[in-house]
Design a protein around this ligand. Structure first.
Ligand code: 13P
Ligand code: SF4
Length: 304
């Protein structure tokens, strides 16, 4: 509508005046994805945040994503429009709990999913995302690894590696609830659809999938595939970029209940105010940023 368009024009104009780049995760509301300069998965957004020469990075996503940008670019102003947009999974590992577990597993490297706080990254050897987890695990010399916080992602990595992976009992409350019964029903309703699942889903669901990949991996796969119909096993926000990328293909959510409320808190109005006021600044104290940067950089050095 015209109000929405005016708002989008204002946001783009403000961003230009302030030399700001708007980054959006693939799960945020459609109108936010449409106004952003770049949408992507966690890995793509981290790479872009590290490379940009903008003065301001506005991160339309959840806190750990903005923190990763602040870890990589301390000289830039990183803004998180909704300050309480968090990731419940990231809060399932605390620095104190991780220190205790490390003491029980001396010498074993820690791989931490980017869906984690900066303080937890700072205690880790290397980070990973859903897009590079197998390469990250394989890059380590050690035959044993501790992975935090996502148990399902760790089990997925373990199923593609000969390494022994010690688990952490964290999970995404939305991906973890997808079950075999729901997927069976979706498959019955759409028998000719190709089922792609996110590695945060439980192993029994991944076992039913035709492919497992990150959010942007799903978009690429849908574009390149000869299949015309898909069942999508991830947060339903991804349906928007999938339908934009492949207007002639059909996408069904594996479950309409895969909805992350924190990703949906942002509105055009909030984004405009953030740019106007330069509010919601995210910074990471240097004693945490430096070791966290080491873990993030080590991940980003892994190509593929
Ligand atoms: P991606 O890195 O695959 O986009 O996933 C991020 C996330 O939060 C998944 O729940
Ligand atoms: Fe965190 Fe799950 Fe939301 Fe992703 S979808 S941000 S893992 S709660």
């Amino acid at each position: 509508d015209t109000t929405g368009q005016t708002m989008k024009d204002t946001i783009r104009k403000l961003a230009k005046e302030k030399n700001a780049i708007i980054l959006a995760h693939n799960y945020v509301p459609a109108e936010i994805q449409d106004v952003a300069h770049l949408c992507g998965d966690s890995l793509e957004l981290s790479i872009r945040a590290a490379e940009t020469d903008a003065d301001i990075i506005v991160f339309c996503g959840v806190r750990f994503m903005a923190e990763t940008a602040a870890i990589l670019s301390p000289e830039k102003t990183v803004l998180l429009p909704v300050e309480d947009a968090g990731c419940p999974m990231a809060d399932m590992v605390t620095p104190e709990a991780l220190k205790k577990r490390k003491a029980q597993l001396p010498g074993i490297p820690v791989v931490t999913y980017v869906n984690s706080t900066a303080a937890v990254k700072a205690l880790s050897d290397i980070c990973c995302t859903s897009a590079n987890v197998i390469r990250v695990v394989e890059s380590l010399d050690s035959e044993e690894i501790l992975m935090t916080p996502d148990r399902n992602l760790a089990l997925y990595a373990a199923s593609h590696s000969s390494k022994k992976i010690h688990l952490w009992e964290g999970f995404c409350p939305f991906h973890n609830t997808l079950d075999r019964k729901t997927v069976s029903e979706a498959k019955k309703a759409h028998p000719d659809a190709f089922f792609i699942a996110h590695p945060e889903c439980p192993p029994e669901v991944l076992a039913m999938a035709d492919a497992v990949t990150s959010t942007s991996g799903m978009i690429r796969m849908a574009k390149e595939s000869e299949h015309k119909k898909f069942i999508i096993g991830t947060e339903t926000g991804l349906l928007h970029p999938l339908r934009q990328a492949c207007p002639d293909k059909i996408f069904h959510p594996a479950s309409p209940e895969m909805y992350c409320p924190d990703m949906k808190k942002i509105t055009l109005e909030i984004l405009k105010n953030t740019l106007e006021k330069e509010s919601g600044r995210v910074t990471v104290p240097e004693d945490i940023r430096i070791p966290a940067l080491k873990a993030v950089r080590k991940m980003m050095a892994i190509k593929g």
